[in-house]
Design a protein around this ligand. Structure first.
Ligand code: 5GP
Length: 262
C-alpha cells in the first residue's frame, strides 16, 4: 500500500499518521522500524520491527474489539499499515497499570521487584519527554475525578485500563506468560473516551513462568517467574543486541497470533 502521496497528519517516534482521502472519519497508521527508550534519548532502527509490531498490534486490538473494548482500531489493510478512527482529541496522558512491580516503580516506590498488586494499580503520567513523563499526583487525580469537568474521563480511562489488563493478563497466561504492566493511551472519538495508539512489544513487560504451576497469588511472585527470559522492551533498555531485541518481539508476535483462538 503506497501512502507516499497521502498527506502526513503527524509523524511520531514509531509511527506516521496519514490522511485517508476516501474517508474523513479514519486515518492510516504506518509502523516504523524505529525503536526508542529513555524518552527518546536512546534510538535505533531495527529492520523488520515495524512488521512484527504491526502484527502484534493487530492481533491485540482485534482481540480487544472482539471482547467489546472501545478502541480506535478498524482493520489492518496492508503490511505495516492499520486503519484507525480519527480522533476529535488526543488525551496527553500515558496510563500505566501494574500487576507486578518492575521498572520505574522500584526507583521511587520502595517496593521489592516482583511484589504483586491486587487489585492492579493504575497511574497517570503526563506525556512529555523533556519532563520524563511525570506522574500525576494521586490526590489531584481523585480531585479531578470528583470535580465535574473532565473527571468522568479519568474514571473511564482507569476502568478501561483495568478491564484491558484483566483481558490481556488472562490471554498471556494461556501461553504461560505473566503480564507485569503496560502503558495505554486514550483519545476522544465522537466525544467518547476510546483506547488509541498502538499496543506492541514496547508497551508492556512480559515474563514467562519459571515453573509448570507457579503460585501467582503470593505477595511476591519473583521466584515464580523467569525475568531472564523476559520478552519485552527491557531487553532493549538494558542494552542487549538489536538482533536479540527483534527476536523477542518476534516471539511476542507469535504468541499474540494465538489470541485469535481466545
Ligand atoms: P515504567 O514506568 O516501569 O518504566 O513502565 C511501566 C510500563 O509502561 C512498562 O510496560 C513500559 O514498557 C510502559 N511504558 C512506560 N513509558 C512508556 C513509553 O513512553 N512508551 C511505551 N511504549 N511504553 C511505556
Amino acid at each position: 500500500m503506497d501512502l507516499s502521496k497521502h498527506r502526513i497528519i503527524i509523524e511520531g517516534k514509531t509511527k506516521i499518521i496519514y490522511e485517508n482521502p476516501g474517508d474523513p472519519n479514519t486515518v492510516y497508521m504506518k509502523f516504523k522500524d524505529d525503536i526508542t527508550a529513555g524518552d527518546g534519548v536512546k534510538h535505533d532502527v531495527i529492520e523488520g520491527k515495524a512488521l512484527v509490531d504491526w502484527k502484534t498490534n493487530r492481533d491485540i486490538f482485534e482481540f480487544l474489539n472482539r471482547k467489546g473494548i472501545r478502541t480506535h482500531y478498524v482493520e489492518s489493510p496492508a503490511e505495516c499499515v492499520s486503519l484507525v478512527k480519527k480522533l476529535d482529541f488526543k488525551i496527553n496522558l500515558e496510563v500505566v497499570s501494574r500487576r507486578v512491580a518492575a521498572g520505574s516503580i522500584l526507583k521511587w516506590g520502595g517496593i521489592a521487584e516482583g511484589t504483586r498488586f491486587d487489585p492492579v494499580i493504575t497511574q497517570f503520567h503526563y506525556k512529555d519527554d523533556p519532563l520524563h513523563d511525570p506522574m500525576l499526583d494521586d490526590t489531584y487525580v481523585e480531585y479531578i475525578i470528583k470535580a465535574k469537568e473532565g473527571g468522568e474521563m479519568f474514571r473511564e480511562m482507569r476502568e478501561i485500563n483495568t478491564e484491558v489488563f484483566a483481558l490481556l493478563e488472562a490471554a498471556f497466561a494461556a501461553f504461560t506468560i505473566q503480564l507485569l504492566d503496560f502503558k495505554l493511551e486514550y483519545g476522544l472519538i465522537g466525544g467518547v473516551v476510546t483506547l488509541i495508539d498502538e499496543i506492541s512489544g514496547g508497551s508492556f513487560r512480559l515474563w514467562p513462568y519459571a515453573k509448570e504451576n507457579p503460585d501467582l497469588t503470593k505477595k511476591n511472585v519473583l521466584s515464580e517467574l523467569d525475568p531472564g527470559a523476559r520478552l519485552d522492551k527491557d531487553t532493549y533498555r538494558q542494552g542487549e543486541s538489536l538482533d536479540q531485541v527483534q527476536s523477542k518481539f518476534e516471539q511476542i508476535a507469535k504468541i499474540t497470533a494465538g489470541f485469535k483462538g481466545l
